[in-house]
Design a protein around this ligand. Structure first.
Ligand code: PSU
Ligand code: MN
Length: 309
C-alpha cells in the first residue's frame, strides 16, 4: 500500500529499488542535540561518512507535513537553523505534525518509524533515549525503547549516555526483547566513555556478523530492532569521573528549573555541552561519524545477504 504522506528522496528510492545499502539518520540530533552551526556541518559530514563507506544516506524529518526520507542540503540547513524551536517529534507527535503541515525533527523512535515505512533497516545516530535516572518516581522512559521493541530497524549508537540509568535501560531492553550488541567490545560503551560497569548481550567483531544476526532475526519474522553499541574512538573519549560530576550538576539544575517530559533530554544535552566547554561536542561529533561509518558497513553486508536470497 502506498503511504500518501511519505516522500522518499529519488537517490534513496533508486538505491532501495536496486537493493543497494541505505542508512537512515535522525534529525533531532541536528535540531536539539548540537548547537548551530556545528549541527549542520556535522549532519553533512555524517552523510559523507555514509557515502564513503558504500551506502546512501537518508536523513529523516517531517517538513511541511510531509514525511521526508532523505533531505537536501538546504533542508538540513533549515532544520539546523531552527534548532530548539523545531518540534521534537516522537511516535505520538507524527500525525499531529502531519495534520497541521508543520515541521518536525525526528527522534530515534520516529526516525525508526519513517525508516521502516521506506524499507530502510539500518540507522545511525549518536545516543538513544533510555530510562532516566530517577525513573522510579518520574516514570521517564524514552519512547525510543518501545520502538526498538516493535520496529524492524537496527540502531547504531555509542552505547547508553550516562545522563540515563544504564542498568535500568538494559533491564528494560531485556524485558522488551531488544538485543544489545557490542561492536568489538563486551562492555557497554557509555557514549563519552568507551566503557562502563555493564556488559552487552553479544560481542560481535565484524559488520558481516552483525548483518547476519539481523538477517536471521528478520527472516524468521521476529519483530523489533537491535541496539548496536559502537565505542567512541579512543582519542576522543572523556574521563567517566569528569562526566559524572557534570551530569549530576545538570540533573540538579533540571530539578530546580522544574524541567520534565520531552524537554529533559535536550536540556541535559545542552547543559553537559555548556559545562564541558565544547569538549563533549567534539566527542559527540567524533562518535557520530564513527557510528555512520559502521552503520554503512553493516548496511553493505546486509544488502549483500538480501541479494543472495
Ligand atoms: N541522546 C543524545 N543525543 C540526542 C538524543 C539523545 O546523546 O540528540 C535525542 C535523540 O533524538 C533521542 C532523543 O531519540 O534525544 C530522546 O529523547 P527522549 O529522552 O525525550 O525520548
Ligand atoms: Mn522522556
Amino acid at each position: 500500500m502506498l503511504n500518501p504522506y511519505l516522500d522518499i528522496h529519488p537517490d534513496v528510492q533508486t538505491a532501495l529499488n536496486e537493493g543497494r545499502p541505505v542508512v537512515a539518520l535522525e534529525s533531532t540530533i541536528i535540531s536539539h542535540g548540537m548547537p548551530y552551526p556545528e549541527n549542520v556541518q556535522t549532519a553533512l559530514r555524517v552523510e559523507q561518512a555514509v557515502r564513503e563507506n558504500g551506502a546512501v544516506p537518508a536523513t529523516i524529518a517531517i517538513l511541511k507535513g510531509r514525511l521526508k526520507v532523505g533531505l537536501s542540503r538546504e533542508e538540513i540547513a533549515y532544520l539546523g537553523q531552527q534548532g530548539q524551536s523545531a518540534v521534537k517529534t516522537s511516535r505520538r507527535d507524527i500525525p499531529f505534525i502531519v495534520a497541521t503541515q508543520g515541521d518536525g525533527a525526528t527522534t530515534v523512535a520516529s526516525t525508526m518509524i519513517l525508516a521502516n515505512m521506506a524499507g530502510i533497516r539500518i540507522f545511525a545516530t549518536g545516543g538513544i533515549g533510555g530510562v532516566h535516572r530517577g525513573a522510579e518516581t518520574s516514570f521517564d522512559i524514552s519512547a525510543d525503547l518501545q520502538e526498538l521493541a516493535h520496529t524492524k530497524v537496527a540502531v547504531v549508537c555509542a552505547g547508553i549516555k550516562s545522563i540515563l540509568d544504564l542498568g535500568l535501560t538494559l533491564e528494560y531492553l531485556e524485558t522488551q526483547g531488544v538485543p544489545v550488541v557490542g561492536y568489538q567490545t563486551s562492555t557497554l560503551p557509555a557514549f563519552y566513555s568507551r566503557e562502563s560497569a555493564f556488559g552487552v548481550d553479544y560481542k560481535l567483531d565484524t559488520p558481516e556478523q552483525i548483518a547476519t544476526a539481523l538477517d536471521a532475526k528478520w527472516k524468521m519474522a521476529l519483530e523489533g530492532g537491535a541496539v548496536i553499541a559502537n565505542p567512541i574512538p579512543g582519542s576522543y573519549s572523556l574521563p567517566a569521573g569528569d562526566i559524572e560530576y557534570v551530569i549530576r550538576s545538570a540533573l540538579k539544575e533540571m530539578e530546580k528549573e522544574g524541567i520534565t517530559g520531552k524537554a529533559s533530554t535536550p536540556f541535559l544535552l545542552a547543559k553537559v555541552a555548556e559545562m564541558t566547554e565544547g569538549n563533549s561536542l567534539k566527542a559527540n561529533i567524533a562518535l557520530i561519524l564513527n557510528n555512520a561509518a559502521l552503520a554503512a558497513k553493516i548496511a553493505v553486508a546486509y544488502a549483500q545477504l538480501q541479494r543472495r536470497r
